[in-house]
Design a protein around this ligand. Sequence first.
Ligand SMILES: NC(=O)c1ccc[n+]([C@@H]2O[C@H](COP(=O)([O-])OP(=O)(O)OC[C@H]3O[C@@H](n4cnc5c(N)ncnc54)[C@H](O)[C@@H]3O)[C@@H](O)[C@H]2O)c1
Length: 463
Amino acid sequence: MRIAMIGTGYVGLVSGACMADFGHDVVCVDKDAAKIAALQRGQLPVYEPGLHDLVASNVKQGRLEFATSLEEAVRTADVVFIAVGTPSRRGDGHADLSYVYDAAREIAAAIEGFTAVITKSTVPVGTGDEIERIIREVRPDADFVVVSNPEFLREGAAIHDFKHPDRIVVGTQDERAKQVVAEVYRPLSLNQAPILYTSRRTAELTKYAANAFLATKITFINEIADLCEKVGADVQEVARGIGLDNRIGGKFLHAGPGFGGSCFPKDVRALIKTAQDHEVSLRIIEAVATVNDTRKRAMARKVSAIFSGALRGKSIGVLGLTFKPNTDDMREAPAIALITALQDMGARVRAFDPAGMNQARSLLKNVTYCADAYDCADGADALVIATEWEQFRALDLERLRDLMACPVVVDLRNIYRPHDMSRLGFAYACVGRPAKVSGLVENVSLNELMSPPRERASNEEVA
Ligand SMILES: NC(=O)c1ccc[n+]([C@@H]2O[C@H](COP(=O)([O-])OP(=O)(O)OC[C@H]3O[C@@H](n4cnc5c(N)ncnc54)[C@H](O)[C@@H]3O)[C@@H](O)[C@H]2O)c1
């Protein structure tokens, strides 16, 4: 099959590369000429584990190409996927559909022969109807069908998710379109991935409902974590205790600094707007959006509380900047609100991320970007773990402590055990678990923690 993938961002590139790997001929199109030129040189615009090799091998075997010309790719394609961005519209939080509709107009002008136009972008209910109207308006003669096929992959595990989906949702009632989609995903049906055929509107809403539900689960456990802190319970044990119930499930029950990323925040906002347009109030989802928005910045107060609110002039190291590990995506990352709030409180911020530093530099100013976790800890009054990258899970804690001006760790991802941290002499705060931070600060005064520790002297000798 010849496939044109319009939009070569995260979703377009991963989907295009995986479809090429299934054996289809895929042209990934993007209007960003620099991105396409880089891809043609073998440079990827995003960091995603395994993607570089997947792209390289399919390019080498002649099944995957990159182009800026939508016209040529669409003219020769059996299937056209729309995978352009649908960010929040500035000002009102609706999904900005201008990229989708522009792409639809361009596709319309180029269609030849029967073509399935399949929307992979996350779009509000009714967008497929509008795409159909646009194409019909531009090309009354065209033989086409518009299908919704939302994508559920997760950044950081995108290739696995694409190749082992829990389900493939296909919104169409057109028999020819069903055959086309079945052919695209045939290798997956051999793995028995269920294809769920629905109406187009149902498919569109299913994607938003899925993301809103997952965002709700995260927000639920975050609020339970807040209560745990007040009553002396452990949120990780609560999460396990409820997650083992099959009706609840253990995933998305990790308490932390709030959800971010390119999808959940914008999709939650867009779903609320869609509901408002239809005079339905989604009060649970509205609460999720509000709670999550305030939470990210509130994490800075966890840090300032340790210093009794006096953060001015303090050096705070932040480990992890991306919204989750294994991606370089900084879109709506909790670290952005956290760092901005720390700076507003007068702190000086040092930061390190294994993949997100380039993206971060354009978003976060007046930050000292460090070479690694230890450089980030060097001279810091506190270290905040904002993203749970694998390499932060097994840090040499004694070395870290010795480098710091004051051994304070605020672990927003609960990757260390409070007991271990206090045994090593850290004042340690985490999310929703009993920790010794107040006890330590009471028993050993913060001044004592901050006085040049002997370990620091020995470390400087080594350095
Ligand atoms: N990122 C994810 O994890 C994820 C997961 C599931 C669904 N989605 C959805 O998929 C869609 C794409 O997301 P993304 O993260 O890949 O976006 P992205 O911003 O990374 O990429 C979109 C690309 O589309 C290109 N583009 C825009 N208009 C174009 C046009 N007319 N012709 C050619 N190219 C055009 C842009 O230049 C950009 O490179 C969104 O609707 C998103 O909600 C994303």
